[in-house]
Ligand binder design. Structure first.
Ligand code: NDP
Length: 248
């Protein structure tokens, strides 16, 4: 079977570390052209260089996904350079877990801005192009926490439930344009995600848990590749994956 990845132009947000970085490397190795966005420009520029050194095609742009014009600029740059955008992987996200009664209200705002509005900004940036092309795929990173709530995850889970809700609504609405939509819900994956938890006790508990059961970000990259690689008339709408040892 042809992989249906080779030659595609794939925009990835949150590509500077963890699962976005792994997806960028894997998709590029499978023949995709990748256009990388994240705030840490040094990291994504190094990654783009590494991909190019390995014979792939990659561009990198400093992007804050909470800024709609910056996300639009990322997608516009992909189209200007490569003539189209086939896939966007709205993957940028943060997870500063804490119980609600600690009232980390600024973290709530930031989670909503990055995890929900950031995804919406990605959708808004690609839709006009994908409608014109009558093809495309929008892949949004949710979480097992988008299916389950646990102590300390209320706001984070709310953002990841929201990602699933808006992706399902999008799925139904973009039928006339031949656009595919995919929700990816990872379980515990070893990345930098826990570094931004500001509550020491919560961070320690999560580090112990993910340290014990967490799997490699390559797992996510393979799931994303699976969804993209299907023939155009097959739409993988949602994938949940966990470490085999994860009970939650
Ligand atoms: P990392 O912290 O390693 O990666 C997060 C990425 O998001 C980084 O590239 C970061 O780049 C980017 N990012 C954060 N804020 C912004 C912003 N405002 N604008 C642009 N980019 C931003 O964690 P993961 O790889 O684990 O996280 C990727 C996604 O997976 C997230 O959506 C997360 O919620 C989700 N997830 C993770 C799980 C896990 O166990 N690791 C489980 C389930 C879901 P930079 O800081 O350079 O901007």
């Amino acid at each position: 079977m042809e992989s249906n990845i080779k030659g595609k132009v794939v925009v990835i947000t949150g590509a500077s570390s963890g699962m976005g970085e792994a997806a960028a490397k894997h998709l590029s190795a499978l023949g995709a052209t990748v256009v990388l966005g994240a705030r840490r420009a040094d990291r994504i520029k190094m990654l783009a260089q590494e991909i190019q050194d390995n014979g792939g095609q990659a561009l990198a742009f400093a992007v804050d996904v909470t800024q709609r014009d910056q996300v639009k600029g990322l997608v516009d740059a992909a189209v200007a350079q490569f003539g189209r955008v086939d896939v966007i992987l709205n993957n940028a996200g943060i997870m500063p877990l804490s119980p609600i009664d600690r009232l980390n209200v600024e973290e709530w705002d930031t989670m909503i801005d990055v995890n929900i509005k950031g995804v919406l900004n990605g959708i808004a940036a690609v839709l006009p192009y994908m409608k014109d092309q009558k093809s495309g795929q929008i892949i949004n990173t949710s979480s097992v926490a988008g299916h389950k709530v646990f102590t300390g995850s209320a706001v984070y889970s709310a953002t990841k439930y929201a990602v699933r809700a808006l992706t399902e609504g999008l799925r139904m609405e973009v039928k006339p344009y031949n656009i595919r939509t995919t929700i990816v819900c990872p379980g515990a994956v070893k990345t930098e995600l826990l570094e931004h938890i500001t509550e020491a006790d919560i961070q320690q508990a999560n580090k112990e848990y993910v340290g014990a059961v967490g799997i490699s970000p390559d797992s996510f990259a393979r799931v994303v590749a699976f969804a993209i690689s299907q023939p155009e008339d097959v739409d993988i709408n949602e994938v949940i994956f966990r470490p085999t040892s994860q009970e939650l």
